[in-house]
Design a protein around this ligand. Sequence first.
Ligand code: A2P
Length: 395
Amino acid sequence: MNKPLKQHLIDPEICIRCYTCEMTCPIEAITHDDTNVVVDAGKCDFCMACIPVCPTGSIDEWRVVAEPYSIAEQLSWDELPEQQDIGAGAGDVEEALDETVAALLAEAHKGVGGKARAPSSAAKPTINLYTRSKPAKAVVQGSYRLTSEESGAEVRHIILDLGGQPFPVMEGQSIGIIAPGADENGNPHLPRLYSISSPRDGERPGYNNISLTVKREDGGICSNYVCDLKIGDEVLITGPFGATFLMPDDPSARLLMVCTGTGSAPFRAFTMRRQRVAAAGDGDMVLFFGARAPDSLPYFGPLNKIPGRILKKHLVFSRIPGAQKEYVQDRMMVEQEVIAEMLQDPRTHIYVCGLRGMEEGVEKAFLNIAESAGVPWESTREVMCGEGRYHVETY
Ligand code: A2P
């Protein structure tokens, strides 16, 4: 028998097919087909460059194997195989991770808190129902601008109708959109991911439609395509994706949500779900939402209409003339008592979504708040991660 070796794998149930790992890998050891993204065991040199960039943690899977899983095998998986008992000589899986790799992994995990998990009460999501080769066809039912012309940034609310095609989604999941045409190498565009901003029973209750919150990016092929769509246009979509950034199906769970800009999409879905079915539960929701100004904060009007007993809103602005710049992490410090109390309640679930840049500041705010309240932050975060109560999705 060969000496057991450690193989780097990707969890197909959690991967959202954003291909960031593939684009990050310096030696092209990561590849994909229409269904899965996989690591070539013959090429991967454990540099760990792909670990911190993965938005879901699906990249962080390791198995000790006698014979590495081939690319073809990995491409055929719907789920990751369990660690096999590979007999004498294999030792404990942890021991088989040699020290150098373990140290690199620890470095790559720093500040991330561990592997993402779904809340234990979350409903089981459907994933990968539609792929690049077999996408669903959605029809644009609505598209309107959420931010003012003067604000500079254009963010739109897009409603897609799935008609008779089954497209079951959970709040917090994403879909892929395939822009028509080809890239500079003549290959079809890869799907771009967008978070769903409507709840599971539809943008309109009981209808098979979903909504997205999309920002027009300068030179962005897909975002310009989506923002230019007109009512009645047909769009090819893949997914749904995402199996961890989900809400607890428990009306007594407390949600602490922190976002910037279009990172608000999943929180609109969470809030609508609660308003529709769980408003009677005693779990509260607290939102910290950062934007440049009120007219560039998506859903500013509708958000303000939600009663404070359902959603406590902290809308903070960074570019109001004459006012001091405020970021979400600044307001978190102002509200530290509320946050400290929530951190100590095992019913609390934390969600952070939006600009990658805010992650560090938000993490520091949690650390400061927890430690001033005598709560050890790193171990608390680890427990919350392990229980599917701590979720970060940044880009
Ligand atoms: P800023 O005025 O500094 O750009 P955007 O409009 O680009 O989507 O950003 C949404 C909000 O997030 C803006 O108010 C922006 O402020 C803010 N922001 C930018 N960087 C950070 C950061 N590192 N931490 C928290 N908020 C940030």
